[in-house]
Write a protein that binds this ligand. Structure first.
Ligand SMILES: Cc1cc2nc3c(=O)[nH]c(=O)nc-3n(C[C@H](O)[C@H](O)[C@H](O)COP(=O)(O)OP(=O)(O)OC[C@H]3O[C@@H](n4cnc5c(N)ncnc54)[C@H](O)[C@@H]3O)c2cc1C
Length: 422
């Protein structure tokens, strides 16, 4: 295997690597995947809480972020939602849609991973697992070389599908950046995205575990990023899908040493005025009760306690001691609960990462503009999607773009049969 020159060598057997492999092999290429983990697609098994949200019905350019997100559009259009659903049905993954989010009908991420692997095997893709690529280069004969502790593997072309730095436990340890850099590419600083946010405040220990519907508005200078949904409090700060959605902006701003705050609206159904009236009604109606008891049933009881304290009110004091002014202060606090964001939970907890190889240095086939035959796919390229299946969609689309180009350029087999099969 090591003396053989493959049509393409794919470094990384994750989502985009498998997509590239299947399309390259389908186009008649002999393909080798080198994967450092003990099995292919390790991260896919963990996606969508084990259910794998592999794409989304709704598609808007704003769901894909980076320095030049408009350059992702042709890639996403060339392998669209329809193509994705057809492809997965063809390889055995019947889709199920819930609120626009697509999952396998089995609701098991394993079925996505296993069908991808089976399809790659059916097309003759070869792979070696438990092998870390330590270096890449182009040799004097013009071959792409991948160095491993087992020796060097050669390809006529090469795909860097190593992922970024998010969730290194699943294999994406950032080595792809060094490979891309060694071929002359610029690397936009990778930062955690789709990640929980750490915030200042001793009260977070009290609030740990509290969930509530609400909105988060991230404030960075004059910029505002707002999302609604279920907010989750933790001892370190805030989490939940709305927080994860805006987290990449916090990451980027914190890296630039900018001040970041998050304003939480903890009661979406009432305006501040309505809320103040409701609180005042509660204060004056229950004469024998404490302020904390008067708020029971408004927000989560731990939240009520912290909100009173944050307004300088005594939770155990009789409710009647408080009037219009205190009710207004509480309503303001509930609608604009503002916390200072100090950090993210880091790459370990992140589901994606910002940065990577700039799209301006890649063609719409994900081929390097600096070095013909070199391809960069998935999260290693500078695109991060929002929650909802967009990161995997990017992995499928960018992998397909590279795989199809490789299949059409480097194939050493007759393609007729293979093209039908892919
Ligand atoms: C917990 C979790 C849940 C997620 N859920 C979703 C979801 O539901 N929907 C969604 O759209 N996105 C989800 N994502 C994001 C999505 O999984 C990734 O964006 C996507 O997998 C990226 O694909 P990739 O091919 O770029 O990289 P990866 O899938 O990370 O694959 C890269 C592969 O390269 C290998 N590799 C790296 N370096 C080397 C080396 N030097 N030598 C050999 N092999 C190497 C790694 O071991 C890895 O297998 C989730 C992520 C996480 C962590």
């Amino acid at each position: 295997m090591k003396n053989k020159v493959f049509d393409t060598i794919i470094i990384g057997g994750g989502a985009s690597g498998l997509s590239a492999a299947i399309f390259a092999a389908g186009g008649g290429c002999n393909v080798l995947i080198l994967e450092q983990k003990e099995k292919l697609c390790k991260k896919i098994y963990a996606t969508g809480n084990g259910k794998c949200n592999f794409t989304n019905k709704e598609w808007q350019p704003a769901y894909f972020r980076g320095e030049a997100p408009s350059l992702a559009e042709p890639v996403l259009r060339a392998f669209s939602l329809t193509d994705t659903l057809e492809f997965f049905k063809k390889i055995g993954v019947y889709p199920k849609e819930r609120n626009g989010y697509y999952y396998p009908n089995s609701e098991q991420a394993a079925s996505v991973a296993e069908n991808l692997i089976r399809e790659a095997e059916r097309l003759g893709v070869q792979y070696v697992t438990d092998v870390k690529v330590s270096g890449v280069y182009k040799d004097k004969e013009g071959r792409f070389a991948a160095e491993t502790e087992n020796g060097v593997y050669y390809g006529k072309s090469m795909v860097l599908a190593t992922g970024g730095k998010a969730s290194p436990a699943h294999g994406s340890d950032g080595s792809g950046y060094f490979f891309a850099k060694s071929f002359g590419h610029r690397i936009i600083q990778p930062l955690p995205a789709i990640v929980q946010l750490k915030a200042e405040g001793k009260f977070f220990k009290t609030l740990a575990g509290v969930r509530t519907e609400g909105s988060v508005t991230l404030c960075i200078g004059k910029e505002r990023y707002k999302e609604e949904g279920e907010l989750l409090f933790a001892a370190y700060g805030i989490s939940g899908i709305p927080v994860m959605q805006v987290s990449r902006y916090a990451s980027v701003a914190l890296a630039k040493k900018q001040s970041v705050t998050a304003e939480l609206d903890l009661f979406l159904n009432l305006s501040e005025t309505e809320l103040a009236e409701e609180i005042l009604r509660r204060f004056s109606r229950m004469k024998q009760t404490t302020a904390e008891e008067a708020l029971a049933g408004l927000c989560n009881h731990k939240l009520n306690y912290v909100l009173l304290q944050q307004c300088g009110l005594e939770p155990t004091k009789q409710a009647v001691a408080y009037g219009k002014k205190e009710a207004a202060a509480l309503a303001e606090k509930i609608k604009h609960f503002t916390v200072k964001i100090t950090d993210t939970n880091g790459f370990e907890q992140a589901q994606a990462c910002t940065g990577g190889v700039p799209l301006t240095e890649l063609t719409e086939h994900m081929e390097s503009k600096l070095l013909t035959g070199l391809f960069v796919t998935g999260e290693l390229a500078d695109i991060d999607g929002t929650c909802g299946g967009y990161n995997l969609q990017w992995a499928w689309s960018s992998g397909a773009a590279a795989g199809k180009k490789i299949g059409g350029t480097y194939a050493s087999h007759s393609t007729a049969e293979n093209k039908n099969r892919a």
